[in-house]
Design a protein around this ligand. Structure first.
Ligand code: PLP
Length: 455
């Protein structure tokens, strides 16, 4: 769509904030216009000279702003031609499970999201087309609260093969993300007590409490979660890659956890949020495979494909199938069908495996680059997943590093909100290397490395 750039400032209400420097203000105004969709993908930007004249800026200021937005992936420079709005620019705003921050950072190294620009759009379109043309018309009627049988069948095979999970389709319930699976289980256990790892994701503590279930902390050391937990009826663990510390649950601790569950008819909830991404060896098999009657396994497409799909799956012990299915039906009847059918197709055509393998290579390279750029940093959890923990040197606080990072337009996570209670805790950063697109990742690391040299 052509835009009449002679009226640029008027049509687009491109107002430069008076409080910021002129270049920063122009960058932010353009970012905002692109993110909000007011500047559509493929739109040609005016020549730097024209825009500089329109806005009363130096031409160099406009050029520098364009260069910055090209580096960030908002704009594309066409050789010998105009600068245009990049086609995927509107999708770059990060969805983060970290507490909301004000404004959009220039660089985002917060944990929580994969590189969503790598979502396999073409493969997904093919999968949707194939799945819908093959589906019987009954697939478009109200369905089983457990989810599509086609998806549950391929998931049972995939989870057994890739994650060592013992699953049959009748024990699988497809949910709207991990968070719904956790919420349903906490509702089944209403009035009782869940142990949650400390540190762990504060959002998940809120989810459990909102369902009317009490939360007690499960401390984490270099071997993973420390069990047993007196007074808990169930425990939520991240055995493959503890969130956020990144340790793998030690085999001895895995045994202790299973014995604890068996001896008191208690439940282990296994959150396998990034178990597919392991870099030093084969992914660690699921705990569920060793005690399927005492462990609920939960996997999600949030890291492997996209958090926005809201697709996850749980594999339940037999006794939990009826209460969970009943609650799922009362909550939303079942998860929407098109995404389920597309995912079933993607898995059965092995496009899901290929996408994960490609992701593993990409994230491994990013992990390597991060480690190389921070020589001497005390890093933990580097063997797997999409984030690392950087333990800060004595005397340096999370608060001061976060403030200095924000001043450079860099968003990073910290351990702070992950602890169950406030107080004196080890100070550390949680650095997600999944979120930035390839084009800006190195620049984000440059900013981080420079920042940390100051501490
Ligand atoms: C620890 C942990 N578990 C699970 C998930 C996935 O949650 P969902 O499937 O609801 O997006 C995340 C996502 O960031 C996570 O950090």
């Amino acid at each position: 769509m052509a835009i009449d750039w002679a009226n640029f400032g008027v049509d687009l209400h491109l107002e430069l904030a008076a409080s910021a420097g002129r270049r920063t203000a122009l960058e932010e105004a353009l970012r905002e216009a692109i993110r909000s969709g007011r500047l559509a993908p493929e739109t040609r930007l005016p020549a730097t000279r024209t825009l500089a004249a329109e806005l009363g800026l130096a031409r160099g200021t406009v050029s520098a702003a364009y260069d910055q937005l090209i580096a960030e992936g908002y704009l594309t420079a066409r050789q010998g031609s105009f600068t245009t709005v990049a086609s995927l620019a509107a999708t770059t705003s990060p969805v983060s499970v970290e507490p909301a921050s004000t404004g959009t950072p220039r660089y985002d190294l917060r944990p929580g999201s994969p590189d969503v620009s790598t979502f396999p759009v073409a493969a997904w379109i093919r999968a949707v087309r194939r799945a819908l043309s093959r589906a019987p018309s009954a697939a478009f009627d109200y369905g089983d609260p457990r989810g599509s049988l086609a998806l549950r069948t391929v998931l049972a095979e995939y989870l057994g093969r890739a994650r060592g999970v013992l699953a049959s389709p009748d024990r699988i319930v497809v949910t709207s993300g991990y968070v719904q699976a956790l919420s349903l289980l906490a509702t089944v256990y209403k009035g009782r007590t869940f142990g949650l790892e400390d540190p762990g994701l504060d959002f998940h503590r809120e989810v459990v409490r909102a369902a009317g279930t009490a939360v007690v902390p499960v401390s984490v050391d270099s071997l993973g979660a420390r069990l047993p937990i007196p007074g808990a009826d169930a425990v939520v663990l991240t055995p493959a890659h503890q969130y956020p510390m990144g340790v793998t649950l030690h085999p001895e601790r895995r045994r202790t956890a299973v014995e604890w569950a068996r001896s008191g008819d208690r439940l282990i909830i296994e959150d396998d949020y990034d178990g597919e991404f392991r870099y030093d060896r084969q992914p660690v098999g699921a705990l569920q495979g060793t005690a399927p009657d005492h462990v609920v396994y939960i996997g999600t497409a949030a890291k492997t494909l996209s958090p926005a799909l809201r697709l996850a799956w749980m594999v339940l012990p037999a006794y939990l199938v009826e209460p969970v299915v009943r609650l799922k039906r009362l909550t939303d009847l079942h998860t929407e069908i098109v995404g389920q059918l597309a995912l079933a197709d993607l898995i059965s055509e092995h496009a899901y495996d290929r996408h994960i393998r490609a992701g593993r290579l990409r994230y491994r390279r990013r992990r390597d680059e991060l480690v190389a750029r921070l020589p001497g940093a005390d890093l933990g959890g580097i063997a797997a997943g999409l984030h690392v923990v950087l333990r800060l040197p004595a005397g340096v606080t999370e608060r001061e590093v976060l403030a200095a990072a924000a001043a450079r337009g860099l968003a990073i996570g910290a351990l702070g909100t992950h602890w169950h209670s406030p107080g004196a805790h080890p100070q550390g950063l949680v650095l997600g290397y999944g979120t930035p697109r390839d084009g800006v990742y190195s620049a984000a690391l440059d900013t981080l490395a420079r920042l940390l040299r100051g501490f």
